[in-house]
Design a protein around this ligand. Structure first.
Ligand code: 26V
Length: 826
């Protein structure tokens, strides 16, 4: 809404004008598009109406911002255009976020009061845009938020999946996947730009030849697919910037196969369109294992090629040349999934704009930077050379040349004769394209996402590269969109912060640290405790609605919410809960504060073991919750379909944040930050960003247990024997044995074998059993600390305050300063 002064109106009167203007727009949409009135419209219709009006406001604001962008680039300023390329953007819902950013929440609340409706009812009508699996995709969404709030010129590129991450339904403890058809409610935010599409070429007959001393080529009989952009506006809190997330939708280029249709082959006619349009049909729902599927490679190249063509065209249009491309442009690739940007940009610079190999290469390496998000070997991308060669012949030929030149340089200048090293670092080897190697070679900076993870990259995964170009390696610790995860999700806590430290923290994340001054203030402690309790009551209502379970708001809320993975060790948590259960079975009269364990987790559909872990938690919960005596003191809740919108309700109610991955495996974690900023205390291993959380809050405000990353390595080398721990610890043995008899009628002897049986390549590969004892001890310390309410509330306050450094705004400052070398434009 425009905030200019009209005549001599007061601020309140201006707001009245704005509200009326907004309502008129809403009414006109309801009348013209929905054929209804404000008085009669359903919540669903009001949601669509409001979304459309807000989208229109953002479009107007975007035009203003565009003027600034053009002006900025004409001035040849030192700021660059930032392009953030990622296969996943896990945006969640948008309406609440945009209203907050535009400062219109109260206004809309007032409008809805005329209908006796609340904003929450309207928000509930919006489906999550679930275009991501978990941490990686949510990080990309948080970064777009911060880039916009802080006034950068940034564009996100991804795919417009018709189906996002599957919806999870639990039937008898077993995860079932239901398609996530988000577009009917979600497309209100999409602005189709059919006029701005790009063609992407697949397959074809490729022949190279020499002419006039230059290599040339023919490429015939290609399959062309059209990439159509659907733009989503990204708003930032009180920001003049409105950025765009451009999502590509695949469409058959040549339209309908009329020849086949006319000859009566209707199936074939439909097939061509089908196969092109399959490319953006669905998000791949695994984030743990790279399966090398043809369709996934097509997705990657469609995104990369359309985005790179778009970027180069736009930069050429602004500057009339690409000679300064690397000075004006940042292309950031989020993980290796967009690493084909390296050969694709080479192709565009050489084939379309006539640059030499060396000049093109300078531009590519001068522009691209790459973030690694995992060190798990099974998630590192490798593509079959044969597949890449047949699907992307020109790109493959460029990769071969990158490989040849790289090996030559290593052999002559860096590691002469050390072919072990050289082959390990090369893009091509063992009939595979090694995407991480390609990404490192083609980037001017490579970063991990927490201090520990970045050290592991330098010392382990990319060690040889680090020896070669140490200056390219750096760290940027992850961050979260704290206005979403604190101000919007936990408005009561945000108001308390306004009252105590003033509202400037809403823009300047460092200010949040001032809250630590109140850690010993009894009245602030009492407020923090009261707010947490209200949030627990609210979550309790949701749990009652969704699971039919009554949870006690005075019990301790312990939460582990993240994808289901062996390395994240939900199983360790479950084993300890089994042990608590057995303790209560032996003596139900124990005097203790009741405990509520809450889980949220999706498993990749083909990750059978992870599905068994879910079943274990659900069945254990069933047995415990249905026991009339024990359920007074212990409850286990599995929240179905964990998603961004569920997380927004869960984080404010969390008291204990379980971050218990095997040290060295979790690159950063971001749920840990979301819980912390909502006042939860971390129970964790020294892994990922937990290390920095500990530094921030001090040893006295966090509970750390288990092996350290370097000990993990050593223990594995020395030979880990799970059975020793099982045999030495009675509590642990009882818990593991209980898996065999099972819970609620379901045996989990398969999980017992996983923990003990060396016929798995190694029993208990993530060493749950080794860390069990320490986990239990430190958990008890945490629970004792909880009973000292003053101490706990003070810990909670320190955690909220020190979460300042985990603002995505801080991460973006770091990227801008150390990697992208750019500044905001407004
Ligand atoms: C891998 C794959 C491989 C199979 C095909 C689909 C797919 C999709 C995504 C991935 C990469 C997963 C990596 C990931 O999500 N890492 C997480 O990144 C977070 C943000 O940096 C970080 O906080 C988590 O610790 C890290 O696990």
């Amino acid at each position: 809404m425009k905030k200019q002064k009209i005549g001599d109106l007061t601020a309140n009167e201006i707001r009245d004008v704005d509200r009326k203007e907004l309502k008129v727009k809403l009414e006109s949409y309801l009348a013209n598009v929905m054929h209804t009135t404000f008085e009669r419209a359903t919540a669903e219709e009001l949601y669509k109406g409001l979304a459309t009006v807000v989208n229109g406001q953002l479009a107007d604001q975007r035009m203003e911002f565009n003027r600034k962008r053009i002006h900025n680039h004409r001035r040849k300023d030192t700021s660059k255009k930032i392009y953030y390329i990622c296969m996943e953007f896990l945006l969640g819902q948008s309406l609440k976020n945009h209203l907050y950013n535009l400062g219109e929440t109260e206004m809309v609340e007032e409008i809805l009061q005329e209908r006796d409706m609340t904003l929450e009812q309207i928000y509930d009508c919006e489906p999550d845009a679930g275009l991501g699996n978990g941490g990686l995709g949510r990080l990309a969404a948080c970064f777009m938020d911060a880039l916009t709030a802080d006034g950068y010129d940034a564009t996100g590129y991804s795919l417009c999946y018709e189906y996002g991450l599957f919806k999870q339904m639990i039937a008898d403890g077993w995860q079932m996947e239901v398609p996530d058809n988000w577009l009917p409610g979600g497309r209100v935010w999409l602005n189709a730009r059919e006029d701005d599409s790009f063609k992407v070429k697949f397959y074809g007959d490729y022949h190279e030849y020499w002419e006039d001393g230059r290599m040339k080529y023919n490429l015939e009989h290609v399959q062309e697919v059209e990439a159509i952009p659907y733009d989503m506006f990204i708003s930032g809190a009180d920001s003049k910037a409105v950025n765009k997330l451009r999502l590509w939708l695949a469409k058959d280029w040549d339209g309908f196969d009329m020849a086949s249709f006319n000859s009566g082959d209707f199936t074939k006619a439909a097939q061509r369109t089908n196969s092109a349009e399959m490319i953006t049909k669905v998000l791949y729902p695994a984030d743990n294992i790279e399966e090398g599927k043809e369709l996934r490679l097509k997705q990657q190249y469609l995104m990369v090629s359309a985005s790179c063509q778009n970027i180069v065209r736009d930069q050429y249009a602004i500057y009339g040349t690409l000679d300064n491309f690397e000075k004006n442009t940042v292309i950031h690739i989020n993980d290796t999934h967009p690493a084909l940007c390296v050969p694709e940009l080479m192709r565009i610079f050489m084939d379309d704009y006539g640059y030499s190999w060396d000049d093109a290469w300078k531009k590519v390496v001068g522009t691209i930077s790459y973030t690694n998000h995992t060190v798990l070997a099974e998630a590192l991308e490798k593509w079959n050379e044969g597949l890449v060669q047949s699907m992307l012949p020109r790109i493959y030929s460029i990769i071969q040349e990158i490989d040849r030149r790289f090996k030559e340089e290593m052999n002559t200048r860096v590691f002469p004769g050390d072919w072990g090293k050289i082959n390990y670092m090369a893009p091509l080897g063992e009939q595979k394209v090694h995407m991480a190697n390609l990404a490192v070679i083609g980037s001017h900076h490579i970063n991990g996402v927490s201090a520990l993870h970045s050290d592991i990259l330098k010392e382990d995964l990319f060690h040889d590269f680090y020896l070669w170009v140490p200056e390219r390696f750096t760290n940027v610790t992850n961050g979260i969109a704290y206005r979403r995860w604190l101000c919007q999700s936990n408005p009561a806590l945000a108001s308390l912060l306004d009252e105590t430290i003033g509202s400037s923290y809403r823009h300047k994340y460092e200010k949040l640290r001032d809250f630590a001054e109140f850690k010993d203030d009894a009245s602030v402690q009492a407020e923090v405790e009261k707010i947490k309790r209200e949030n627990k009551v609210r979550l309790g209502k949701l749990i009652k609605e969704r699971n039919g379970i009554d949870v006690d708001p005075d019990s301790l809320f312990v939460v582990q919410a993240k994808r289901m993975h062996e390395y994240k060790r939900q199983l360790l948590n479950a084993l300890r809960i089994i042990s608590r259960y057995q303790m209560l079975r032996n003596d139900p009269t124990i005097d203790m504060r009741p405990e509520t364990y809450i889980f949220g987790a999706k498993a990749a559909p083909s990750y059978y073991l992870a599905k068994h872990f879910i079943q274990l938690i659900v069945k254990l919960g069933q047995e415990i919750n249905n026991d009339p005596v024990i359920s007074q003191k212990l409850k286990v809740v599995f929240l179905e379909n964990y998603s961004v919108s569920v997380a927004e309700k869960l984080m404010p109610a969390t008291e204990v944040s379980e971050q218990i991955s095997l040290a060295g495996k979790e690159a950063s974690g971001t749920g840990n930050m979301k819980m912390m900023i909502n006042g939860a205390v971390t129970m964790g291993t020294l892994d990922g960003a937990n290390v920095e959380i500990r530094e921030a809050v001090g040893d006295e405000n966090i509970f750390i247990f288990g092996q350290k990353a370097h000990e993990v390595e050593q223990n594995l080398r020395e030979g880990y024997r799970a059975r020793d721990y099982y045999e030495q610890n009675d509590l642990l043995r009882d818990a593991v044995d209980a898996l065999e008899y099972g819970f609620a009628g379901e045996s989990f002897s398969n999980i017992k074998s996983y923990l003990l049986d060396p016929s798995y390549s190694i029993a208990d590969p993530y060493m749950c059993l080794k860390d069990f004892d320490d986990y239990c001890k430190v958990h008890q310390e945490l629970q004792d600390a909880y009973e000292d309410r003053a101490r706990w509330n003070s810990m909670s306050i320190v955690n909220i305050a020190e979460a300042a450094r985990f603002a995505a705004d801080r991460s973006i400052d770091d990227y801008a300063k150390w990697i992208w070398h750019t500044k905001p434009i407004v």
